[in-house]
Design a protein around this ligand. Sequence first.
Ligand code: NAP
Length: 325
Amino acid sequence: MASWRGLPHRAIMSSSRISFFEVEILDCKTKQQLCFLDKVEPNHTVNDIKLMFHKCYPQWYPARQSIRLDPKGRSLKDEEVLRELPVGTTATLYFRDLGPQIGWTMVFLTEYAGPLFVYFLFYFRMPFFYGLAKAFTSSPHSVVHLACCCHSFHYIKRLIETIFVHRFSHGTMPLKSIVKNCFYYWGFAAWLAYYINHPLYTPPSYGKKQISLSMIMFLICETGNFSIHIALSNLKIDGSRSRRYPFPTRNPFTWLFFFVSCPNYTYEVGSWISFTVMTQCVPVGLFTLIGFIQMTIWAKEKHHRYIREFKDYPRIRMSIIPFLL
Ligand SMILES: NC(=O)c1ccc[n+]([C@@H]2O[C@H](COP(=O)([O-])OP(=O)(O)OC[C@H]3O[C@@H](n4cnc5c(N)ncnc54)[C@H](OP(=O)(O)O)[C@@H]3O)[C@@H](O)[C@H]2O)c1
């Protein structure tokens, strides 16, 4: 057990007027006391407490720490203030190690650059994939080239958004999640690319009509997805960390906000459905289905969070599919 006493006492010592808090931090799993902080100022935030805890345990830097009121409850936000928490002047908090962390922007760059690169290996038919006879040959079907353009466009757009559009509120992500996510994105990209670029690939049944229609739908959905990301980013334009609920803007692509809470997911699923129709390829359909299931789960969670948080939240909105889901 460690104890921390070194904080400069800004509010110092006019003893009777200012009461300090005592904070004990227990291990989430074992309930053993890890640290006892005496004289913590009431207006200290969770982040301040994390910094003090870090002084006792240098291996657990603040981004690795999850501090909770209840061992099984949610992690407290960094900006939450001690005096506003439902605790007495002796507060018991629980610590959980989130494991090594990696920067959020780095996470997305790794996740999205991978599929871009992996897809090209199959598109250019590297010798080890389809045999030496087919190495570096090119498909005679125009849809294969179009699919490569669409796939690359999608991930280049995501990379650009990660760098220039999104304003993520979480600084870091657990290292083990990035391994899982990369496995998902890179693995699926390889699987799709293998079939689409295969020398025996057959183009879609309804030919040019099917390809052009799905191409138009794909571009509409990509534009919609981008518009929603801009609208979400603009919610934080003043640097505010307080959550607001998103709303339609003058851009018609954002009008989907009238009907769903997460139109960025709706458009994302639309893009992948279009890509499935364009390539008429089963693995693409499976990737779309899994993505749809995952995004529906997230959209429902976020939708219910909005309903809980905002009393005036529009009732007509659904999570991801207008009037349905
Ligand atoms: N194909 C697939 O399987 C798949 C799966 C998931 C995502 N994606 C794609 O990746 C994109 C990003 O995914 P995501 O899960 O990170 O989307 P998200 O949760 O909607 O977040 C996107 C950005 O918007 C911000 N944001 C969301 N709601 C906000 C609000 N009410 N107020 C202020 N800011 C808000 C987020 O900030 P915070 O950091 O503060 O939340 C984040 O910067 C998706 O739109 C989709 O295109 C694809």
